[in-house]
Design a protein around this ligand. Structure first.
Ligand SMILES: [Zn+2]
Length: 252
């Protein structure tokens, strides 16, 4: 039954790992998608800055042309009122040109920062794409090899189960189903599964019992206890120096 439990745990481990890989691949794909979206939003912002600067340049040209036109009109004005009105308009156009050129510089600074962010985002996307591809390949490999292992372990498991007595097997299955594992080694007066102390009388029964005695369970977690003198601390009775584990299997 100890061998059966180790095979059962192996089946569980292989099954869980097979199930784990698609999740890992999906998580990686989600990370990649997120990074791609981030890159797309940076690219979009860069496009917006460029469009903004094109508009600003056109506006600057408009104001320059207007200022040039106004200066020509200055040559033909006759009154000081007209002259000061034109001057006012020229000043306004020049102020607008300065404002737009400053704004253009600010936009260029933002673009520079965005370009740096874009390069970083592109690297992230490339790394994640590589990792995603590697995960996918690894997932396929692991799934294939684990499935082959499962066939082998299950065959050994079925063979072993056929050698264990029916009632013991159903007890094992019942405890394994509710507790995850059916067997627990008694180590240092404790159940190694739930860590609760085994009472002295029960501990002595466990340590001293012979092959024909019924199986002992942990009073706290209900698992079947076994005791391995080879593993536990040096005990008083070297004559009983045989594994109870082996005796359980033989008793069944
Ligand atoms: Zn226990």
């Amino acid at each position: 039954m100890i061998s059966l439990q180790s095979l059962d745990l192996e089946v569980r481990r292989l099954t869980e790992e097979i199930a784990e890989w698609p999740k890992r691949v999906a998580n990686r794909a989600a990370d990649l998608e997120k990074a791609q979206k981030h890159l797309a939003s940076i690219t979009e912002s860069l496009g917006k800055e460029e469009a903004l600067r094109r508009r600003q340049e056109l506006d600057v040209k408009d104001h320059q042309q207007k200022a040039a036109r106004l200066r020509k009109q200055m040559d033909v004005v006759t009154t000081t009122t007209q002259a000061s009105a034109l001057e006012h308009e020229i000043n306004f156009a020049e102020a607008e040109i300065t404002r737009l050129e400053d704004a253009e510089l600010e936009s260029m600074e933002r673009s520079e920062q965005l370009e740096a962010q874009k390069a970083e985002a592109e690297e992230t996307v490339a790394n994640l794409a590589r990792a995603h591809a590697a995960d996918k390949a690894r997932a396929a490999e692991v799934t294939e090899s684990h499935r082959a292992l499962l066939v082998d372990v299950n065959a050994r498991r079925n063979e072993l189960r056929s050698t264990i007595e029916e009632s013991a097997l159903s007890m094992y299955d019942r405890i394994a189903k509710s507790r995850g594992t059916a067997l627990a080694e008694g180590v240092d007066h404790k159940c190694s599964a739930c860590q609760m102390v085994v009472r002295p009388q029960r501990w002595n029964d466990l340590r001293d019992r012979s092959n024909d005695e019924t199986m002992l369970t942990c009073e706290t977690c209900g698992r079947l206890l076994y005791w391995d003198p080879a593993r536990d601390a040096p005990q008083k009775k070297p004559s009983k120096n045989e594994s109870i584990a082996a005796s359980i299997v033989r008793a069944l």
